[in-house]
Design a protein around this ligand. Sequence first.
Ligand SMILES: Cc1ncc(COP(=O)(O)O)c(C=O)c1O
Length: 388
Amino acid sequence: MKKETLLATSGSAPEDHGGVVNIPAYRASTILFPNLASFEAAERGEYHRSTYGRYGTPSTEALEDTINKLEGADHSIILSSGMAAIATSLLAFLRSGDHLLMVDAVYGPTRRFCDQALKRSGVETTYYDPLIGAGIASLIKENTKVIYVESPGSLTFEVQDIPAIAKVAHEKGIIVIGDSTWGTPLYMDSFALGIDVVIHSMTKYMGGHSDLMMGVISSKEQHFKPLQQTYRHLGGCPSGDNCYLAQRGLRSMSARLKQHAENAMIVAKWLKARPEVEEVLYPALPGAPGHELWKRDFTGATSLFAFALKTKPSHAALAALIDSLELFGLGYSWGGYESLMTPFSTDTRVATKWRYSGQGLRIHVGLEHPDDLIRDLEQGFKRMGATS
Ligand SMILES: Cc1ncc(COP(=O)(O)O)c(C=O)c1O
């Protein structure tokens, strides 16, 4: 079946729920065993129904089923946030004395997790140039256990050559963990590209309505046990209500994404033609950095991208732009129905310097009409230009 059909049909069991098409939100801590024999089977690990709310409910199982099918995974674990999925995955495969190769364009809180929590646990992190490709071989040490990819990169949107990186990793028995939130399982076949452990923040396009926090880790059988064990140690389970919302968000994800991408392309092209803009970092835009690799490795685009201004406006001029926008909110996250814009800096990078000297702005294009979005940006640029 095509992924659109899987989104509409997976994780549904009307026969178990009085014919109701949507799985209800299971709010559960206690889950009763039918008898002592099943309780004892569970203690031996031989019972295949949920045994406790933290370990799973019919709500999480329905979502796991949906993600497994979309991703082509043997197992998926649903967690309370994307960050919980990231931390759980890294902790599952790294021990004191191990070495981690982390992409320099990684999501900021993942960087902080490495620099603080992993460092405290005796794991050494080396950041690498997102465009390194097969050159990653020169950074591998005896104790390198994980290479982490995120493509396109957070904020700066470099498209990584994941197959080249994964080939080197697998020759050395190194596990590749990847944050595929941008591509979603619809537009990025993470396992085919060479990622072993796939992470999504479900908070973004899967939820789609800016009202939930969730994450998911997907893997094939051979990588599942450490992930399951670490998930159970950390206890980062989602709520039944959020599972319900995520399942509902997934039902319409392919339709929403098409509109997001259409709107994003219109806005990206408009920005590219503006005299204030140095570069638009939207991999789907012909001629943009990473466009060729994006075409090779992705089957579609979402609507989060960045642009670099030609200059660094004064603080007052930047505020005049941001504060005058009516349709672009100033807030973290993305993947919801509404547009957002945030300024960013790349000061924390250590492997390579960002190549643009002007101000970076990250933009999430929502489901508003692009004509209105462009009008809003136009008046914002005008105000920025009029402020010294
Ligand atoms: C690329 C990426 N990965 C992971 C996360 C973390 O997800 P969550 O906010 O669900 O913890 C984010 C959040 O913005 C993100 O942008």
